[in-house]
Design a protein around this ligand. Structure first.
Ligand SMILES: [Zn+2]
Length: 354
């Protein structure tokens, strides 16, 4: 459960609820914050109920994001650097971050002038809504896992959860990443503003971490995502609204959707987190390996080139454009970018795509 190789597809929703409870128990939240078990379970059940049965932004996505957050907390040994309230904020934000997602993104909400866009004046309508639903659940005594905390503690948690969930609006990606980059050289765990930005980065990383999972876990998620995207663009066409280009079934393919995303969004973000936590990156003394292993690239002439042991995080942004420009037809590439702890593997089979 603590590693990113965890396969969510093996578990039913009822079991997933138990796994979420295990995370709260394992991080000592149950005892530290005096959370009654029936309240914990009622909270998780309400959360489960308020995720919609849609292709991507569903309860299983909530679980994956939370599980990645949980894994990151252990891997980076965050328990020795931040207090339990911060960790509780991070885990609970992950659990709640897409509550009642409708399957249509903010651009659609705004263009279609939906109820959410009206209510939140076009400002992160979805994220504001996810967060409001979270606190609706926490308003009910029987599902308020924070009910035994002091007013001050609750206030801090509420502020933290709001910050984290609102940070998952991808239109704020560059703003948040730049803030984090600026802090990195002088990052100070004892400084609250620094910690706040880190918490936002952590939930962002967790939110888009599917591609950092093993291929057989990650790929079905891509299908789910594209299905949700296509549903939206179909609806946009039907209603005569502007069609979001990366969701258009006539324009998007699996590789085109992945390569740009990994290159311009995922990697730049993951690299900065690894700058703060070198344990997430390679250890050059570690034989086990942490590199691009056995990259076999076959070009159109049938010539195969084998790259061995390229260190990954640093090389990837250079490597990918080369791969894409050289008409590679059959490439299986396994990237392990975290040493023994196997934090994550990025595993791409381009032969299916290109
Ligand atoms: Zn999400």
């Amino acid at each position: 459960l603590k590693t990113p190789t965890f396969d969510n597809w093996q578990w039913e929703d009822a079991e997933i609820m138990v796994l979420l409870q295990v995370m709260y128990t394992d991080l000592d939240f149950i005892s530290t914050f005096n959370i009654e078990l029936d309240v914990m379970q009622q909270f998780l059940y309400e959360v489960y109920r308020r995720y919609n049965n849609i292709p991507f932004h569903n309860f299983k996505h909530c679980f994956c994001v939370t599980q990645m957050m949980y894994g990151l907390i252990w891997l980076t040994d965050l328990r020795s650097k931040m207090d339990s309230i911060d960790l509780l904020i991070m885990l609970t934000s992950a659990v709640c971050h897409d509550l009642d997602h409708t399957g249509y993104n903010n651009a659609y909400q705004i263009n279609a002038r939906t109820e959410l866009a009206l209510r939140y004046n076009d400002i992160s309508p979805l994220e504001n809504h996810h967060c409001a639903v979270a606190f609706e659940i926490l308003e009910k005594t029987e599902s308020n896992i924070f009910r035994n905390l002091s007013t001050e503690q609750f206030k801090r948690i509420r502020e933290g959860i709001i910050k984290c969930i609102l940070a998952t609006d991808m239109t704020r990606h560059t703003e948040i990443l730049n803030k984090f980059k600026a802090l990195l050289p002088v990052f100070d765990f004892s400084n609250k503003d620094n910690r706040d930005v880190l918490m936002m980065i952590m939930i962002k990383v967790s939110d888009i971490s599917n591609e950092a999972r093993p291929m057989d876990v990650a790929e079905p998620w891509l299908d789910c995502l594209l299905q949700e995207f296509f549903n939206q663009s179909d609806m946009e066409k039907l209603e005569g609204l502007p069609v979001t280009p990366f969701m258009d079934r006539d324009k998007v393919t699996k590789p085109s959707s992945q390569t740009g995303f990994i290159r311009f969004v995922l990697f730049p973000l993951f690299i900065e987190l690894a700058n703060l936590f070198p344990c997430l990156e390679l250890n050059s003394n570690d034989e086990e390996i942490h590199c691009v292993k056995n990259l076999k690239a076959k070009d159109t002439t049938g010539k195969t080139t084998v790259f061995r042991h390229l260190s990954v995080l640093r090389f990837w942004p250079i490597l990918l454009p080369c791969l894409l420009s050289s008409n590679i037809q059959n490439t299986h590439l396994s990237v392990y970018f975290i040493t023994r702890q196997t934090f994550a593997s990025v595993d791409f089979s381009y032969h299916e795509y290109i």
